[in-house]
Structure formats: structure tokens, C-alpha cells
Design a protein around this ligand. Structure first.
Ligand code: 5AD
Ligand code: SF4
Length: 439
């Protein structure tokens, strides 16, 4: 029998890329590859790239440059670029970095085995099409191996919203939902392999409208179907757009017992002027009203969000409106970014905010968010939460898991295994996690 070939995948960016990398690894498993953690051992190196922020393409080129020595030592080594930079740059990658053998965009991963064979035969292999077929259906099934208690499952890809700063509609293409029966089959299979929590993924996950038995199904409909799967204990979804928070989804947060009280709902800015220029088609007020309704349905829900500061033409007054909104919402988690130009997007041509001013705003926003985050986490002390344990912690005898609210919780000295779900009384709140004892 021949030695298996080794695959090294490095994943950048969002959870959808994490899911895609798993599926690509499985697909290449069918071509005789096993994964390795070190590029030095690899017969194929695959960078699964992200294009969302800051000089993404430049970073990929410099990462690729570092493989020159490896490739010189091992001429059979194949190097591939996948993900959104692959989609955005296409052939240009091979022109600028001739050591690249394979370029594959996110919508063409099911063609990876053919592309790999082509690269093995010494040809350059490129596919950045937006094909009609469902790539996940065409990709080799996940093998039946046991796996950890949590998993991602992509249900929807692409975006039709065209926020003025964002590359996603160009790199991931138009919005497409996978049919419900395929998702449910995949979920059932994950549960049979030990998964107890599934996070449904999509760039616009709450716009989900996949084919169901009686016409299109909404995300809430899909969640209710998943809720019926025995052995599946928790359901999460990300990332949502405020305009697609339908009544049935808000209601599900109050009534669906497996749906976790955590919602990532990016608003990006608190200024109506900036929101308009961002093409967000909601206002600060409509967003706040929406959160009120969500909290009516599920009072303890933990909110999370994304912010961009220093968007073109953002004034100090606009920025103050963002701080006001954050003050009103009080996020349990939030991610804030300094605006960075993405070539080809509408905002790229507009007058930029002074970079120092933008840095200063970012720091002020992050300080406020961190304060809320901390206060919300500290308020968990003495409360009882339900923890799904995932893996051993750094200390001997310690296990780490997540609460319903996605806080990391450490427990020491209890007889616990990955996959256990236990009530835990929180005893302390640390820098980035909680500690507690099993009840
Ligand atoms: N500059 C800065 N942040 C951006 N994001 C998306 N595009 C840009 C950009 N050009 C942020 C948004 C989005 C998150 C995933 O990344 O806040 O919600
Ligand atoms: Fe990008 Fe806006 Fe679509 Fe989100 S909703 S992926 S920020 S265009």
C-alpha cells in the first residue's frame, strides 16, 4: 500500500472557512490525503484565505513567499490557494507567485479532486466559477469518524445586500440557501458521530430560504426541524442581518428550547447618516426597536455585534451616535474594526477619515465594549449556567466548555468528559472566561 499523502490546511477568517476547510480535507481524503499539522511534512499546502479586512491579498502573498524553500527542497509539493482571496485575485495569484499550482474559489470546492489531479500532473489548476450545482452535495460525505461535541454546518452562502464597504457579495456571490432535507441529513449524521451542538452558518444566515417539503423554509422553520433531532442539544446560528430578523425567528428565541440565548446581530454604526451611506437599509432606531422585541421574547439573551469605525465621512458626532447605541444595547461580545478600503466596493472611492482619528475612535469604542463585556461576564458569578464541556483545560484535571451565552467556563476536579452537559454554579470571572463548580 502506498503511503498516504499529507495535506496541510491553514484557515483564515470566518467560521464558514473553518467549515469549508473541513469539507475540503474530507474531499481530498478521497484522493489519499491525511491532514498534517506541519507544512514541512506536507505534499500539499492549502491556504484557505479571507478577504474581509486589511491587506488580505498582500498577507497571502507574503505567506506564500515563505514556502519557497520548502518547494525547492520538495519539487512535488503542491501549493494551493482557496477562499475569498482566491476568488478575488484569480489568475493573478499564479502570475505573481509562480509557485502556486492551484487556485480555487469558495463556490468550486467540489471540483477540488479534479483540480488536485491536474496539479499533480504538473498543470496549473484554476477554478473561480460560480457554478449552479450545490457544492456541499457534490463534495464527498463527511466520513463516519467520531468527532467533538460542537460543529459548524453551512446552510446559506453569499449575500445580496451590498453594504458599501464589503467584498462578500463579490467573493462569495449571490445568496443561495441549501435545501432543508440535505441540511437535516447532515445534522443527523453529525449527531450520530457525537455532535451535541450545531452552529448554522451563513453570511446572511437569517435570510435562509431553502427548499422544504412545503415550499421554502425560513431559518426558524429549519431550527424547529433541527429541534426534533434526538441527541442534538443546542442550536446556534450566525451571522444575521437586522433586516432579516423575521417574527418567527424572534419568537423561536422565546419558545424553542434548543435554541441558545445568544445572537450576533451586527449594526456597524449608530449614525443614520453613516448607515445610509453604508447601504445598510436600517436605522439606529429600527435596530434598537428590534433588540427590544428580541429581549421581550428572550429577556436573558446575550447580544453580540460588529462595528466599523472611520467609515468615509464619519464625523465625531456620527461616532458619538455609535457610542450611544452601544451604551443602550450593552453587548456581551462585540467586534469592532477600523474601516479599510476594499477595492471594487462603492465606499473605496470616497474621502477617507484621518487614520489617527479612526484609531482613536476604535480605541474609545473598544474600551466601552470591553467594559460592558466585563460587567456582563462578572454578573454571571453566583448564577447557575448549563455548560457543554468540549475539551481538557490547560491545568491538570480541568475541563472547558461553553455556557448557553457562549462564555467559556472552566471546571476543575470533576469527573467530566467532552460532550457532557452539566449545571455549573459560577464562582469566579477571569480575564476571558468563567470558573465554576458542577452541581
Ligand atoms: N473594513 C472594516 N471592517 C469590515 N468588515 C467588513 N468589511 C469591512 C471593511 N471593508 C467587518 C464588518 C463585518 C465583519 C465581518 O467585518 O463589521 O460585519
Ligand atoms: Fe457584507 Fe453587508 Fe452582506 Fe454582511 S450583509 S456580508 S456586511 S454585504
Amino acid at each position: 500500500m502506498s503511503e498516504p499523502k499529507k495535506l496541510y490546511i491553514k484557515t483564515y477568517g470566518c467560521q464558514m472557512n473553518v467549515y469549508d476547510s473541513e469539507r475540503m480535507s474530507e474531499a481530498l481524503g478521497g484522493q489519499g490525503y491525511v491532514e498534517t499539522q506541519s507544512p514541512e511534512d506536507a505534499d500539499m499546502i492549502l491556504l484557505n484565505t479571507c478577504h474581509i479586512r486589511e491587506k488580505a491579498a498582500e498577507k497571502v502573498y507574503s505567506e506564500l513567499g515563505r514556502f519557497k524553500g520548502l518547494k525547492a527542497e520538495k519539487p512535488d509539493l503542491k501549493i494551493g490557494v482557496a477562499g475569498c482571496v482566491a476568488q478575488a485575485e484569480g489568475e493573478e495569484i499564479m502570475r505573481r507567485q509562480p509557485l502556486v499550482d492551484l487556485v480555487v474559489g469558495p463556490q468550486s470546492y467540489h471540483r477540488l479532486p479534479e483540480l488536485e489531479a491536474k496539479a499533480r500532473a504538473g498543470e496549473k489548476a484554476l477554478d473561480t466559477d460560480f457554478p449552479e450545482e450545490d457544492k456541499f452535495e457534490k463534495l464527498k460525505n463527511r466520513p463516519k469518524a467520531k468527532r467533538g461535541p460542537t460543529a459548524f454546518l453551512t446552510v446559506q452562502e453569499g449575500c445580496d445586500k451590498f453594504c458599501a464597504f464589503c467584498v462578500v457579495p463579490y467573493t462569495r456571490g449571490a445568496e443561495v440557501s441549501r435545501p432543508a432535507d440535505r441540511i437535516l441529513r447532515e445534522a443527523q449524521d453529525l449527531v450520530e458521530r457525537g455532535v451535541r451542538e450545531i452552529t448554522l452558518l451563513g453570511q446572511n444566515v437569517n435570510a435562509y430560504h431553502g427548499a422544504g417539503p412545503d415550499g421554502d423554509m425560513t431559518l426558524a422553520g429549519l431550527i424547529w426541524e433541527l429541534n426534533k433531532i434526538d441527541g442534538l442539544e443546542r442550536i446556534r446560528f450566525t451571522t444575521s442581518h437586522p433586516n432579516d430578523m423575521t417574527d418567527d425567528l424572534i419568537e423561536a428565541h422565546g419558545t424553542c428550547e434548543k435554541l441558545m440565548p445568544y445572537l450576533h446581530l451586527p449594526v456597524q454604526s449608530g449614525s443614520d447618516k453613516i448607515l445610509k451611506r453604508m447601504n445598510r437599509s436600517h436605522t439606529a432606531e429600527s435596530y434598537l426597536r428590534l433588540i427590544e422585541r428580541i429581549r421581550e421574547a428572550r429577556p436573558d439573551i446575550l447580544m453580540s455585534g460588529d462595528f466599523i469605525v472611520g467609515f468615509p465621512e464619519e464625523t465625531e458626532e456620527d461616532f458619538q451616535a455609535t457610542l450611544d447605541l452601544v451604551e443602550q444595547v450593552r453587548y456581551g461580545y462585540a467586534y469592532s474594526f477600523k474601516y479599510s478600503t476594499r477595492p471594487g466596493t462603492p465606499a473605496a472611492e470616497r474621502p477617507q477619515v484621518d487614520p489617527q482619528e479612526a484609531d482613536d475612535r476604535l480605541q474609545r469604542l473598544q474600551a466601552l465594549i470591553t467594559r460592558h463585556q466585563r460587567e456582563i461576564q462578572d454578573a454571571m458569578v453566583d448564577r447557575t449556567v448549563r455548560v457543554l464541556f468540549e475539551k481538557p483545560g490547560r491545568l491538570a484535571g480541568q475541563m472547558v466548555g461553553k455556557s448557553e451565552y457562549l462564555h467559556a467556563v472552566h471546571v476543575s476536579g470533576a469527573d467530566l468528559s467532552a460532550g457532557d452537559l452539566r449545571n455549573v454554579r459560577i464562582t469566579a470571572s477571569g480575564a476571558n472566561s468563567l470558573a465554576g463548580e458542577v452541581l
